[in-house]
Design a protein around this ligand. Structure first.
Ligand SMILES: [Fe+2]
Length: 418
């Protein structure tokens, strides 16, 4: 067990211990005469919790946030801890999420609700009214922001520790999407409280609105995923048109991700490298088979046509929002440090880092694959080609990182063969 494992286990234990204590304390504090209220809210919460949305690759998020804000303001902190805790346990158990996830989810919710509830009660004016909008709006906003930030941080820390990714990278990647998601839902919680103050039963009218929001988010995410899958399938078709380059893009993506990780790049940039690797040669879709599959060397005219593929790929990907951060990687993956590359003849650090990484990954895979006019080089031969061209064709820092990746792979293969 290394230091990172110890950190992860300690964090997991401490958060769960605090969460369980809060939950048990809430059991003692609340008035159980109102059990039918609990039953109703737990049922509603569970229903919403069972419809999570996958915002990113790592987690699912439910629309229960405005519900928990409303319950917090109407019934108080302890009621909210019990209702949301029970709903999470039931929904996660039905989804067969495993006891560790259930325990952590329940604990981090209890902690964030307790802190948000404390902020709300400290800032609220002493008034008999449940919710006077002018007097309670600032405490409400403060409680909502506290709940979002605490919840977000507790989850991001465990993701960072379990995946061994720096915390700032995880936060940077998730913050934009989650903030948009949760802050857009906070006013729904406010609306539920306002409805409750006029007629308690009318709060349920919000449920169809939540389901509508759920469908909207899901459709948006599904479209993003479908766009990516379609583009990657097209890239695979390009790979398969040339029997010598089958699975080339997947291997380039794999090498690029490993180099990015070795260089300690932020998580989201490594993600972009993986996506860019998969589609870097997409522009070859516009190259005819007689050129793409030509068994000999290309003529000057054919070479000129072949060299249009980075720009064609760029143009295909340009309208798609999900590729906007990696367009320049695709466009510049054949640029060289000495300026003798294409399409623009850029030099040194004018070439985006992602493109310099793709160039090394792409060249290594091309050299170690069979071609119609030559047999594949061995890994060691290809490595010495990279080293010989370091500073001329390739970025020396990227080559160094790739050498370390290669050494690690060799060690792993050696251990597997033992
Ligand atoms: Fe290419």
């Amino acid at each position: 067990m290394d230091v990172q494992d110890i950190k992860f286990k300690t964090y997991f234990f401490v958060i769960n211990l605090i969460g369980i204590l809060i939950f048990l304390f809430a059991f003692v504090k609340i008035n159980w005469d109102m059990w039918y209220f609990y039953f109703f809210w737990v049922l509603l919460f569970t229903f919403i919790e069972m419809k999570p949305i996958s915002l990113n690759i790592k987690g699912k998020y439910s629309l229960s946030f405005p519900l928990s804000l409303a319950v917090l303001l109407i019934y108080g902190t302890w009621f909210c801890v019990i209702v949301s805790g029970l709903a999470i346990v039931i929904a996660d158990a039905i989804a067969k999420r495993g006891w560790q996830k259930i325990l952590f989810n329940c604990s981090q919710f209890s902690i964030s609700i307790l802190i948000a509830g404390t902020v709300y009660s400290k800032l609220s004016p002493p008034t008999n009214e449940l919710f006077a909008i002018n007097e309670h709006i600032i405490p409400f906003v403060a409680a909502a922001v506290t709940d979002i930030v605490v919840n977000f941080l507790l989850v991001e820390i465990i993701i960072s520790l379990s995946n061994r990714i720096p915390l700032y990278s995880v936060i940077k990647m998730d913050w934009e999407m989650e903030a948009l998601f949760l802050f857009s839902l906070a006013p729904v919680g406010l609306l539920m409280v306002i409805l409750y103050t006029s007629e308690p039963w009318s709060t349920v009218l919000i449920v169809p609105l939540l389901l509508l929001a759920h469908n909207g988010f899901e459709n948006y995410l599904r479209l993003r995923k479908q766009a990516r899958t379609t583009i990657e399938l097209l890239a695979d078709v390009v790979d398969r048109r040339d029997p010598y380059t089958a699975s080339h893009s997947s291997r380039v993506a794999d090498y690029a991700v490993k180099i990015g990780n070795e260089m300690g790049l932020p998580y989201e940039q490594v993600e972009d490298l993986g996506m860019a690797g998969r589609v870097h040669d997409l522009g070859k879709i516009a190259i005819t088979n007689d050129i793409l599959q030509k068994p000999g060397r290309l003529s000057d005219a054919e070479l000129r046509l072949m060299k249009t593929h980075p720009e064609t790929g760029y143009k295909i990907l340009y309208p798609l929002d999900i590729y906007k951060d990696l367009l320049s990687y695709v466009l510049c993956h054949h640029e060289r440090m000495d300026g003798r590359g294409y399409p623009r003849g850029l030099t040194d650090h004018l070439i985006p880092l992602g493109a310099r990484i793709l160039a090394v990954a792409d060249s290594f895979d091309a050299m170690t694959s069979d071609r119609p006019y030559r047999n594949a080089m061995s890994g060691e031969e290809a490595i010495s080609e990279l080293v010989n061209n370091s500073g001329k064709q390739f970025d020396p820092e990227v080559v160094d990182a790739f050498l370390k990746v290669w050494e690690k792979e060799k060690q792993t293969r050696g251990e597997e063969n033992k």
